[in-house]
Design a protein around this ligand. Structure first.
Ligand code: SF4
Ligand code: SF4
Length: 717
């Protein structure tokens, strides 16, 4: 990875007397070290990628503390790491993106939660839910309930989040339950400060190793018949112990309000938005002081029945503010009150939307309805007027801009190596006919958007080849599975390749070998060009992925007999290779490896290298493509085949040309796709390749003068 987290790594060394300033997820990272964590693992994914990224770059400092850090192959291997805390009094933390990562980890989590833990086990999940989310919309809460895991959802305030980590470990130890710490996107990126403590070197660690393993203890295995005892222990001992700890340490918070007849029960992570919404309705100030009392659940599972009862007793109505579907907490609160014979009216999803992100506006509407129905005497006229103004503005904007603004889906970076392969796939399908395409998770899923619109399904990370197994037998034409190298190592090798080989499947697999798990933040994997490869490359602009052949060797070792490596920018070669794969007599699995380094990561290497050369007065070449507007016919087929954001249109300067002509903007990184597409699809010859040479050599300068002189002489006077 070419990004440096030097500043963040320095912040990890802060101690008592220092103040940490920064983002929520980095505060959590620091809190792990303050809690004496002995080992950390995880799999990258927004919004928690930074945690692992920073710790991986802080390996030297972690080594001083004795903390082991592991970049795991997937979330299942991260969850399995927590097995260390079953027998040994060591604290461990793992992280991933939820809900998808929790799905992958589910087996290990069940088997961890059954025997329970001795050392604190903390699972930090980025709850990727809401408008900025990139995964299916489900809640982690279900996993906490079904496996009896603690679920912490701290108020988005750095000091509170740090407290949640520290108590999360202690709560896990007090109850024997592993704990999930759930962080919404906004909580990860909320900025603030907290007073630091010194980091704690773990008593048992890579620096202070154990002499012998733990004694055999059958009860620590998740294996019948002891699993029946585990289930009972969860109910009889662990959950009661957790509730006792939650109350004793005041993990859930009560905020007083001026009224005592109505109130709110709020998920901790939603607190800031609720305060914002109440403020817009004129029901509280910027610090949350106002009309409505609140019970803020920093631990959302298990609930403490007595806390819920004490808060609700004497109130006419309480609104449960719980984001997402299904309403686990609302149902839990209702069942608790019914069991305890408390008659308070519980409102929730009847007033707030049943699904979707609870933004300040969404919350304000629900809160306004709650107040109107259950405390009609409260004046919220100013808040209602604000909401009406929002509606009016939205209607006005929609009226004026309807149809004027085209949708802008996310897409490949400029110069991405995956774009040319999809151009080649489009061309190949023109010849062999349309094929069923099993998509996958990764940057290549941008091909599902215009101008490619390719892909029939996405079943999970690394699951494309497996997901076409039921489709292949139904199709006359071969199916295609698309997978990135990130997905290949995460899951695809075993669930897809191994299974297809074992079953003798006749299918085509396209693996994008771009060298990184690019979609999660360009983290390194086993097929990343390593330091030695990078150092050996004299021209840093070159793609380096071809020099690491671990994917090819793995596939050959497993028994893949039809394997092709193609430069992903070589559109015509890729087209021919795809056609061959779809039509060859070879009956088994055919794998095409599209080689081209992630352009984002490549440019992060190229830019400082180029800047250093310019500073040193060395010869530097920059390639850019362009369109000769005199030749451009204006049919824009190049744009339909490429989709590169720097290949766009402009008004023609020729008054006889009515349609806009194609043009290449300054952002072009000279990947070459424009030229390749023009050749492979026999487009008009309007593209040219330009080289800007700075600090040119003597011969180049002489040649330049000569060319200018000749061209000048040929120009009409
Ligand atoms: S991050 Fe890399 S692989 Fe992903 S779209 Fe950008 S250039 Fe392509
Ligand atoms: S050569 Fe074409 S496709 Fe490549 S970066 Fe430039 S404009 Fe985009």
């Amino acid at each position: 990875m070419e990004i440096s987290f030097d500043r963040e790594v320095r912040n990890l060394r802060l101690g008592a007397g220092d103040t940490f300033h920064g983002e929520g997820i980095l505060a959590i990272t620091k809190a792990l070290l303050q809690s004496g964590v002995a080992y950390v693992g995880g799999y990258q994914g927004a919004p928690v990628s930074h945690l692992l990224d920073v710790l991986v770059q802080a390996r030297e400092y972690l080594g001083e503390l004795g903390v082991h850090v592991e970049a795991c192959a997937n979330e299942a291997s991260a969850a399995a790491m927590l097995g260390a805390s079953i027998h040994y009094p060591v604290r461990g933390a793992v992280t991933w993106k939820s809900i998808v990562g929790t799905n992958v980890a589910a087996d290990a989590l069940s088997n961890l939660a059954s025997p329970g833990v001795r050392g604190g086990a903390l699972i930090i999940v980025g709850e990727d839910y809401g408008e900025g989310a990139s995964v299916i919309q489900e809640r982690t809460h279900a996993f906490a309930q079904k496996s009896s895991l603690l679920l912490l959802d701290p108020r988005p305030d750095l000091a509170q989040m740090v407290r949640a980590v520290e108590h999360g470990f202690a709560l896990s130890e007090a109850s024997g339950m592993p704990a999930i710490l759930q962080l919404r996107i906004r909580a990860c990126h909320v900025r603030g400060s907290f007073a630091c403590s010194d980091n704690v070197a773990p008593a048992i660690s890579a620096r202070h190793q154990l002499d012998a393993p733990a004694a055999f203890d059958y009860a620590k295995l998740s294996h019948p018949p002891v699993t029946f005892a585990h289930e009972k222990r969860k109910v009889d001992e662990r959950i009661p112990a957790a509730r006792q700890y939650i109350v004793a340490h005041g993990l859930n918070e009560r905020f007083a309000g001026r009224r005592d007849d109505i109130g709110l029960i709020v998920q901790g992570g939603l607190y800031n938005s609720v305060v914002g919404a109440l403020g817009c309705l004129g029901l509280c100030d910027a610090f949350g002081d106002g009309e409505l009392p609140m019970l803020v659940l920093n631990v959302t599972y298990p609930l403490v029945p007595e806390e819920v009862r004490d808060f609700c007793l004497g109130k006419r109505a309480v609104l449960v503010v719980e984001e997402g579907h299904p309403p686990y907490i609302e149902q839990d609160v209702q069942a608790t009150l019914a069991r305890l014979d408390v008659q308070t009216r519980i409102r929730g999803k009847d007033l707030l939307p049943p699904a979707g992100e609870y933004t300040v506006e969404v919350l304000a509407r629900g809160l306004a309805d709650f107040v109107a129905s259950d405390a009609g005497e409260v004046d919220i006229a100013a808040g209602r007027a604000w909401l009406a103004r929002l509606d009016a503005t939205r209607a006005e904007v929609a009226g004026r801009l309807a149809g004027a603004l085209p949708p802008r889906p996310p897409q490949f970076c400029i110069g991405c190596p995956e774009r040319p392969t999809f151009a080649a796939l489009k061309l190949a399908q023109q010849r062999v006919g349309d094929v069923h395409i099993a998509g996958d998770i990764g940057c290549h899923s941008f091909a599902t958007f215009e101008p490619f619109s390719l892909g029939h399904s996405i079943l999970g990370y690394g699951m494309s080849l497996a997901s076409r197994a039921g489709v292949s037998p139904l199709m006359r034409r071969r199916t295609l599975a698309v997978m990135g190298d990130g997905g290949f190592w995460h899951n695809g090798l075993l669930t897809g390749v191994q299974s297809a080989l074992f079953n003798g499947d006749d299918a085509v697999l396209l693996v994008f070998k771009n060298g990184y798990t690019s979609a999660t933040g360009t983290q390194e994997i086993i097929s990343t060009p390593d330091e030695a490869i990078r150092a050996a490359a004299s021209d840093k602009t070159q793609s380096l992925v071809a020099k690491n052949e671990v994917i090819e060797r793995t596939l050959e070792g497993l028994g893949v007999r039809w394997l092709r490596r193609v430069d992903s920018y070589a559109v015509d070669t890729m087209r021919r290779t795809l056609e061959e794969a779809f039509t060859t007599d070879f009956p088994g699995l055919k794998v095409i490896i599209a080689e081209g380094e992630c352009q984002l990561e490549r440019q992060r290497r190229v830019k400082p290298w180029r800047a250093a050369r310019l500073k040193a007065g060395k010869r530097t070449v920059k390639v850019k493509y362009g369109v000769d507007e005199d030749v451009c016919s204006g049919d824009h087929s190049c744009i339909r085949l490429s989709g590169c954001p720097t290949l766009t249109v402009k008004a023609a300067s020729d008054p006889l040309k009515v349609d806009p002509v194609a043009t290449v903007l300054d952002g072009c990184v000279g990947c070459g796709l424009c030229g390749e597409n023009a050749h492979a699809a026999t487009l008009c010859p309007s593209f040219y390749r330009g080289e800007t040479i700075v600090n040119a050599g003597v011969l180049e300068r002489i040649a330049d003068r000569l060319r200018r002189a000749v061209i000048g002489a040929l120009q009409p006077a």
